[in-house]
Design a protein around this ligand. Structure first.
Ligand SMILES: Cc1cc2nc3c(=O)[nH]c(=O)nc-3n(C[C@H](O)[C@H](O)[C@H](O)COP(=O)(O)OP(=O)(O)OC[C@H]3O[C@@H](n4cnc5c(N)ncnc54)[C@H](O)[C@@H]3O)c2cc1C
Length: 411
């Protein structure tokens, strides 16, 4: 006899993609399991800015009031800090926001946002397995079996098996692992490594979100919740190694990656240096990556993918949370009501992939082009010349990156 399913759907990962999919499915009457390896609340490498284009979706997920109560100030200006250049321009206002809405994005720490979303999914009836790591996905008759391990990575705890016809991979793209939906290891000099820290006491204007460019990378700054300024950036692996070597020779002894990154930012970007002048680190620097920008697949091997693992834009446009939230919602919309045989899953997979590409391809490609220029030789100088003379390109870039485009079904 075949073992019965434990759920209608199993979602692996409780970032914004996994929780929005789980929440939307649970509200449609699905029995959903969410498997998350980390204990929440947890900080995460992320700039934490969310475009106002998500407000209607957050309202539908019934977390918009909590989000508004917690998030930092409205971001009404987009900026550009590079070398000694600091330029600002208006942030375009998003259309189709809820009646009470404002049309401007805000930043909320991932420790707060992800907990908020997971609590909402739990309240909607999702079973949460946490801290539990999904370590294998196997076909098992009409169901698929997900093997999960409780506790820390190498804990000897016994594995549990969950079974469902629908499997949703929402585990992000930065960590290699044994699941068929996870990406392989990467180790090239041109890889981009992600860093992030919170600072308190920053003098960054509260309504301004500047893009930072510096030799070998790019980043961003924004005031988030509780007066915390979120500073995040990506830097080439080879540049980071060079910086660490130079600093170690200069000062003697080992220099951490985070020390090298912070030193580099302060030394090469005047706007960042000024914003950090009176600021103090609030918690440790975090590192992740390499990041894996690109368009991948939404459905393969009978596993649906949402968020970063379906496709990822360079964080230079700060749209990853939007794409995660919206892709989870999009998949749940295509899945509809519970009950999902293989033929239905394949049809849903095709429709979901087509909708994903329609909605996100432009911003992934735009982000790729901007990032290439920012990091490429002479790119910083070229960007400084263009932005100084035409500050309106910052507003245009924000529009092109999807900041005003409503989530699917909310336009
Ligand atoms: C430097 C930097 C700055 C950024 N700034 C912004 C920004 O300002 N705005 C923005 O919108 N986006 C930003 N992004 C992008 C954004 O962080 C990501 O796109 C977003 O987190 C993707 O969400 P996700 O749900 O797909 O994956 P994640 O947020 O990565 O969540 C995946 C979850 O899955 C869990 N998991 C992984 N493997 C397993 C497993 N085997 N079993 C169980 N659980 C597992 C993880 O613990 C994690 O909680 C930034 C990215 C970087 C690198």
């Amino acid at each position: 006899m075949r073992p019965a399913s434990t759920h209608d759907a199993i979602v692996i990962g409780a970032g914004p993609a996994g929780t929005s999919a789980a929440l939307a499915l649970a509200r449609r009457g699905w029995t959903v399991a969410i498997v998350e390896k980390s204990v929440f609340p947890r900080r995460k490498v992320c700039g934490e800015y969310i475009s106002a284009s998500n407000l209607a979706l957050l309202e539908r997920l019934e977390i918009v009031d909590a989000w508004r109560a917690e998030a930092g100030p409205e971001i009404r200006r987009v900026g550009f800090f590079s070398g000694d250049t600091s330029v600002e321009a208006p942030m375009p206002r998003a259309k189709s926001v809820p009646a009470t809405g404002d049309g401007f994005g805000r930043a909320l720490g991932r420790d707060v946002l992800d907990s908020l979303l997971l609590d909402a999914a739990r309240s909607a009836g999702a079973d949460v397995f946490q801290p539990c790591r999904a370590v294998a996905i196997e076909r098992n008759g009409v169901c698929q079996a997900v093997r999960i391990q409780a506790g820390a990575r190498n804990s000897p705890d016994e594995a549990t098996i969950l079974r469902a016809p629908v499997i949703v991979a929402a585990h992000g793209s930065w960590e290699p692992g044994p699941l068929p939906s996870q990406l392989g290891k990467k180790g090239h000099p041109s890889d981009l490594l992600g860093f992030k820290a919170h600072f308190s006491g920053s003098t960054l204007p509260p309504d301004l979100m500047p893009l930072l460019t510096f030799p070998g990378g790019y980043g961003g700054m924004v005031l988030a919740d509780h007066g915390r300024m979120s500073l995040s950036c990506c830097i080439r692996r080879d540049m980071l190694a060079r910086l660490r070597g130079n600093l170690a020779r200069k000062h003697g002894g080992q220099v951490s990656a985070a020390e090298a990154v912070e030193h580099h930012l302060r030394a090469t970007c005047e706007g960042a240096r000024k914003a950090l002048q009176e600021a103090s680190l609030d918690g440790p620097w975090l590192a992740a990556g390499p990041i894996r920008p690109g368009i991948r697949t939404g459905y393969d091997g009978d596993i649906f993918r949402v968020g970063n693992i379906a496709g990822e834009s360079h964080p230079i446009i700060a749209e990853g949370i939007s794409m995660a939230l919206q892709s989870g919602w999009l998949l749940a919309r295509e899945l509809g009501t519970a009950g999902c045989g293989q033929a239905k899953r394949e049809a849903v997979g095709r429709r979901y992939e087509a909708a994903w590409r329609e909605l996100f391809s432009t911003r992934v490609l735009a982000a790729e082009a901007i990032a290439r220029i920012a990091i490429g030789p002479g790119g910083g100088a070229m960007m400084r010349a263009v932005v100084r003379n035409f500050p309106q390109v910052l507003t245009m870039g924000a529009r092109l990156s999807g900041k005003t485009r409503a989530a699917p079904g909310f336009g």
